[in-house]
Design a protein around this ligand. Structure first.
Ligand code: PLP
Length: 389
């Protein structure tokens, strides 16, 4: 049996995979089991932030792998401690809880908010307000936070205490905060799975004002937007926000699973022994990889991310077959006049791997993708979109 056939036989059928068997890669080029090459405009959903098997990242990871691969959280290890320090120094946050995925980072954020509200205002102040069309994860609680009913069907009951309001509707958000015993507002600055939609600055500022007025916890979900993706270390920095809690994952480890929940001074001491925990979280190999990624997200590097972003937005603006382009930095959504799925399939045929988000084509290239590779991919994507208009 082929890899595809074995997979279809034995792997649970939750993924409608594209017909590509990935064998190996380097940088922004993926090679499949037939030897065909693709430009990678998806980076495994914004995970391989410096591309595939980046030399420095690989060195950091393999060096740690030769020392100790796991230690549990009963003991101290250098990569975990140093990564926490680095993240705090880069953001001004005070403490970090490490986990293994975006959903877990968000679970932790919700626990922080609920404990803070319970202690400050009473245990009935547990409501977390999130946005319609948001995406916060696949566990039952983060699904409950996710404001898309299509994900909830047949998995009920959802975790109690989540209210969804429309994005960019300040009045609705205010009303939800006032009508519920609210612990937190939880938002993505750029809705990723929801269609690569950057939220209005006014709305984000209003969320912050409501936080101050009602002593809420403002949680920014930076699972997809974080770690340089939008041209800043974290997307909230584009809007000058001061979140209380930031959750991140995807691109943080450069390809290895790690989640982080960053705590501001307001909540830095909210957790005591036993309030949260994980066996794998802060794994030394993943943390060593993350340190190598985060260390390279300098201002100069992020300027290049912005330049590449400008190039892509300019190149796609008013192009044939494109209705609109959305997003921020190297997190880009293209709404084609034609069918997105068909376009993505044809791009794959022509050697460019793109992602989807709702009815859009979503691009999350490596932050260090060479300019000529990026240009080549964008030209092919433009041609396919124009053909499929
Ligand atoms: C992907 C994603 C998650 C879930 O992350 P997992 O690692 O798949 O659990 C949560 N929030 C946002 C914004 C995401 O894009």
């Amino acid at each position: 049996m082929s890899i595809t056939e074995i997979d279809k036989t034995y792997v649970a059928g939750t993924y409608n995979r594209f017909p590509v068997e990935i064998a190996y890669g380097k940088g922004s080029v993926i090679t499949d089991t037939n030897g065909k090459e693709y430009i990678d405009m998806g980076t495994g959903i914004g995970v391989n932030s410096f591309g595939i098997c980046d030399d420095k990242w690989q060195e950091a990871v393999t060096e740690q792998l030769g020392k100790v691969q796991h230690s549990s959280n009963l003991y101290y290890t250098e990569p975990c401690a140093k990564l926490a320090e680095l993240l705090c120094k880069k953001t001004g946050m005070k403490k970090v809880f490490f986990s293994n995925s975006g959903a877990e980072a968000n679970e932790c954020a919700i626990k922080v908010a609920r404990k803070y509200a319970a202690e400050k205002k009473g245990e009935d102040y547990y409501t977390v307000i999130t946005l319609e069309n948001s995406f916060h994860g696949r566990t039952i609680t983060t699904l409950s936070a996710t404001g898309q009913d299509c994900f909830h069907k047949l998995f009920k009951p959802m975790t109690e205490g989540f209210v969804h309001t429309p994005a960019n509707d300040i009045e609705a958000l205010k009303k939800a905060v006032e009508e519920n015993k609210t612990a937190a507002i939880m938002i993505e600055c750029v809705q990723g799975e929801g269609g690569v939609i950057a939220l209005d600055e006014d709305f984000l500022k209003a969320a912050e004002e409501l936080r101050d007025a009602h002593d809420l916890i403002l949680i920014i979900d930076e699972v997809q937007t974080g770690n340089g993706r939008t041209g800043e270390m974290y997307a909230y920095m584009n809007y000058n926000l001061k979140p209380d809690v930031v959750s991140t994952a995807k691109g943080l480890g450069g390809g290895l699973p790690i989640g982080a929940t960053l705590l501001s001074d307001k909540v830095q001491n909210i957790f005591g022994f036993g309030d949260n925990g994980t066996t794998f979280g802060g794994n030394p190999v993943c943390s060593a990889g993350a340190i190598s990624i985060v260390n390279r997200l300098t201002d100069e590097f992020l300027d290049q991310v912005k330049q590449k972003s400008n190039y892509v937005f300019e190149a796609l603006k008013n192009a044939k077959g494109i209705e609109s382009v959305s997003g921020l930095g190297l997190m880009i959504g293209i709404k084609p006049k034609g069918d997105a799925k068909e376009i993505i399939t044809e791009c794959i045929n022509r050697g460019v791997i793109c992602l989807a988000a709702k009815d859009k084509i979503r691009l999350l290239p490596a932050l260090n993708i060479p300019f000529d590779t990026l240009k080549k991919a964008i030209e092919i994507i433009k041609q396919v979109i124009a053909q499929k208009e």
